[in-house]
Design a protein around this ligand. Structure first.
Ligand code: SF4
Length: 263
């Protein structure tokens, strides 16, 4: 059967054996155009209310069923490696079908999570929070804690709300998901352009720490660029820098219930 929706599985440091699910269009459409994006520049920069109307076809059920039977050792079935999946208003239908099919499989060990990556730009919309909250595991992006760094790093569409509104929305989403897994992912990078300060600056790390303290996720994942970034002048931070960011964040967050790790 030709594969339209799934790719992999592949081994992910954070998710284990993960089957990727693509419910977007082939043309990269996103509410952000991150300087470090590893899937290239955003071809269509859209507002958070934009809808990619791709409902699941019958092929989706058949394909996911077949992939689950082929890989009964999956750890995660993951939406959103290639853009912002919450732009698809049928995300809830994809979740439902995936969850129904997951019940019928004899899994090797425990059943895989149904996971979602989101860039957090749409989470201020109540209907999007309602669609997201059913997932077993949500990994929400937050690379910055102030608007200056937000605009430089994530280059959001002008209709994306301010970072404070996004942080408040993540607090609301977290409260809806208290029995699920909820992590924050922060991609921190360096820049060698003197006129372009990266998000690896002291003010941003402090602002991020204060935001994480309020959001109270289960865990925070600090990571950096691992493939070719969208802009030539950005590059990965070193392991030592990741360690030092983790230390600073732990001091600010001061909450042992929140795991803070680097990858
Ligand atoms: S949010 Fe994700 S897909 Fe969109 S530009 Fe940023 S890194 Fe790329």
């Amino acid at each position: 059967m030709p594969r339209e929706y799934t790719y992999g599985p592949f081994q992910s440091r954070r998710l284990g054996l993960s089957l990727g699910i693509d419910i977007l269009t082939k043309k990269k459409t996103c509410t952000y155009d991150c300087v470090y994006c590893e899937i290239g520049s955003t071809l269509l920069l859209v507002p958070p209310t934009y809808e990619i109307k791709n409902p699941p076809t019958s092929h989706y059920r058949n394909e996911i069923k077949e992939m689950m039977r082929l890989f009964p050792n999956l750890d995660s079935i993951t939406f959103g490696y290639n853009g912002e999946p919450t732009l698809n208003p049928y995300l809830g239908d994809y979740y439902r079908i995936t969850s129904e099919e997951r019940k019928d499989v004899k899994w090797n060990e425990k059943k895989p999570y149904i996971s979602l990556f989101t860039n957090s730009s749409t989470v201020y919309l109540e209907e999007i929070r309602d669609r997201i909250k059913v997932f077993d595991y949500v990994l929400a992006k937050l690379d910055v804690g102030n608007d200056k760094d937000f605009i430089k790093t994530n280059r959001p569409h002008e209709k994306v709300p301010s970072i404070n509104i996004i942080i408040e929305s993540l607090i609301k989403l977290r409260s809806l998901m208290s029995h699920k897994k909820f992590d924050i992912q922060c991609l921190i990078y360096n820049s060698y352009r003197k006129d372009f300060n990266s998000n690896n600056n002291e003010k941003n790390i402090i602002n991020l720490g204060n935001a994480i303290k309020k959001i109270k996720p289960d865990a925070v994942q600090i990571y950096s660029i691992a493939r070719i970034p969208s802009e030539y002048f950005v590059y990965a931070i070193r392991e030592q820098q990741k360690k030092s960011i983790v230390k600073t964040l732990k001091e600010i967050v001061n909450n042992e219930a929140i795991e803070i790790n680097y990858y």
